[in-house]
Write a protein of this length. Structure first.
Length: 379
């Protein structure tokens, strides 16, 4: 039976992408796979397991709930360190520490809170990464001297363990000159930190920096978008040696004629210039297909491209299949992925609506069924 909205995720592709990324690194550099936001829409737990099979040895998430989900699924703390990247409220901190997951600090109050948590509970040691802000302007401190003092404090505190120091590049996919300067700032801080704490793990590189700025790889890289076979520069994953893991499919739910002058969709924005047929697919923005793609995307049916016409609605989209259609109700429709010799990529959809491929896949909502497989076979 056809599914109205199906995301087919090839776990073997995720594994191969991680193996490719692992091959770019020295033996001394660890690969951390970022599986936040439900594995960028691919499914966090299956994606994490595939990434680990491909050579990742760390995982990272944004929230405590995401960390708890991975641990509950059986990803063991003794085997796989797990880094929670985001800011954590008091209840979230408790959940992250119970997972257990490493946490990030960058200020005296954040370290004080960890000291209190260590003193109050049995979750020891609490593994801490300190964050230097080299230009993102969100979390972290810009004051390297302050962070060095905090490093000494964490290292000396009962129940705390200084594990790492990190930063996050804001423009590695757009401006390598700026990123090199930001890397230099982090390296200068790292050299001072290492003088007092030689075993601390330094990590900075995201997917773009990992691929394009080898000096940024340091002791660990944190790859997200590339793990899923998507291009961090939003251009061409294949040219990067990456293999997209996700396909988004629906099917032709209805087929009906449209006379010249008749309209389709909310707002009647599509007016047929001549006689044609309209295929309706039961997928829409209620599934995460962006409304901005109205009159602005192609859909693959029978290995041919057809234009999406009219507004994307909550539950349906409409496709112009021409005056003499070879399309039939029940035919599979591909919105992301390949069919025959044609392919629609997440990068293509992102460029059409002036966004990034990250948003295309992470926007997919729970109503979309995820089917995990390995090269077409069972997962």
């Amino acid at each position: 039976m056809a599914l109205r909205a199906l995301a087919r995720v090839n776990l073997a592709a995720i594994e191969r992408n991680c193996r490719f990324l692992r091959g770019q690194l020295s033996d001394a550099t660890a690969l951390c796979a970022v599986v936040k936001a439900n594995g960028y829409g691919h499914g966090a737990v299956p994606a994490a397991r595939a990434a680990l099979a491909g050579g990742a040895t760390w995982l990272a998430v944004a929230s405590a709930g995401e960390a708890a989900e991975l641990r509950a699924a059986g990803i063991d703390a003794h085997d796989v360190p797990l880094l929670t990247l985001g800011a954590l409220g008091d209840e979230e901190l408790e959940l992250a520490l119970d997972a257990p997951a490493d946490v990030v600090a960058w200020s005296a109050p954040s370290v004080e809170r960890l000291e209190r948590a260590a003193a109050a509970g049995a979750r020891r040691p609490i593994r801490v990464h300190l964050k230097l802000d080299v230009g993102m302007g969100r979390l972290g401190t810009r004051d390297a001297d302050e962070l060095l003092r905090l490093a000494d404090r964490v290292a000396a505190a009962p129940g705390l363990a200084l594990v790492g120091a990190m930063t996050h590049f804001p423009s590695a996919d757009e401006d390598l000159a700026l990123t090199r300067a930001q890397l230099d700032a982090f390296l200068a801080f790292g050299a001072r930190l290492r003088a007092a704490h030689p075993d601390v793990l330094l990590h900075a590189a995201n997917s773009a920096a990992t691929l394009d700025l080898p000096p940024s790889r340091l002791d660990m890289v944190r790859c997200g978008i590339a793990v899923y076979g998507l291009d961090p520069a939003n251009v061409d994953a294949a040219a990067r040696g990456l293999e997209p893991a996700l396909e988004l499919r629906s099917y032709v739910g209805a087929l009906k004629p449209l006379a010249p002058g008749q309209t389709v969709g909310y707002g009647a924005r599509f007016v047929a210039p001549g006689a044609t047929w309209i295929a309706t697919l039961p997928i829409g923005y209620g599934d995460g297909l962006r409304r901005a793609l109205s009159d602005n995307a192609d859909v693959l049916i029978g290995g041919r491209r057809y234009p999406l016409v009219g507004r994307v609605s909550m539950d349906n989209v409409t496709v112009d299949v021409g005056p003499d259609p070879v399309v039939r109700p029940g035919d599979e429709a591909v919105l992301i992925g390949a069919q025959g010799d044609e392919r629609v990529t997440a990068e293509e959809l992102a460029r059409r609506i002036d966004t990034i491929n990250y948003e295309i896949t992470t926007a997919l909502l729970p109503r979309v069924t995820r089917a995990h497989h390995r090269d077409g076979g069972p997962a």
